[in-house]
Design a protein around this ligand. Structure first.
Ligand SMILES: [Zn+2]
Length: 231
């Protein structure tokens, strides 16, 4: 297995909500895109872990992914320990992604920022020759942070206008109203995600967008052709 791009996140649905449009767009461009959920969301308000994994596999097909997996780490108590880092690093060696998308490193839910840290460290470990004798070393070329839920200025925004409806289709709402007012219903989720995508789209002059942060500077070869108008 050799992926061009792999998104890693804590819970089923995190990827759909924060970078699903970008994965769909990359898949439509002919790249092999994949998604790896670290937990099965067993502490989530809705459904069972089995149901959520089945739903996320179905969502992977909607998103045109070449691969989707789940590491079944403990939900709501995700730890960045040596076992978790090794498990993830070996998975990265197996999938060989050129680009990895991680959750932004600051968040309210501990699983979200731990998933970011864990992914960052595992990407490094995956490149160590002697890490594991049964797999070949592989270090992704680029790490992107999906920053949709973080209150930070994006390094860049991907135009997902043509992918937005498919991304909405991939979201797994479930039919249940258990969870009452704690969990927003489908119409609210659609409305909120639409507003957020519109907000980021507006920043690059398109309808819908998904924001990312990178730690490095971005290289631009043609400054005359830069598409976003200055204000
Ligand atoms: Zn989550």
């Amino acid at each position: 297995m050799s992926l061009d791009i792999l998104a890693i996140a804590a819970h089923p649905d995190d990827i759909e909500q924060t970078c699903g449009g970008t994965l769909i767009r990359m898949a439509e461009m002919g790249y092999r895109a994949g998604a790896l959920d670290l937990t099965a969301g067993d502490m989530g308000t809705r459904g069972t872990p089995e149901l959520r994994v089945a739903e996320s596999e179905a969502a992977g097909k909607v998103m045109k992914l070449a691969w989707r997996g789940n590491l079944h780490m403990p939900d709501a108590r995700l730890e960045n320990n040596i076992m978790a880092r090794m498990t993830l690093a070996v998975k990265i060696r197996e999938l060989k992604p050129r680009v990895v998308i991680l959750p932004y490193w600051e968040a309210r839910h501990p699983d979200h920022y731990r998933a970011g840290e864990l992914g960052y460290e595992a990407c490094f470990l995956a490149g160590l020759k002697k890490l594991d004798e049964y797999s070949e070393p592989h270090r992704p070329q680029k790490i992107l942070y999906a920053s949709l839920y973080a209150d930070v200025k994006p390094s860049f925004i991907v135009d997902i206008s043509s992918q937005f409806e498919r991304r909405m289709e991939a979201l797994q709402y479930g039919e249940s109203t258990e969870g009452g007012t704690l969990f927003p219903n489908e119409a609210e989720i659609r409305d909120r995600l639409g507003a957020i995508a519109r907000f980021y789209g507006n920043q690059i002059g398109v309808q819908y967008g998904e924001p990312f942060v990178v730690k490095e500077a971005i290289r631009i070869d043609d400054v005359v052709a830069m598409p976003v108008r200055s204000i």
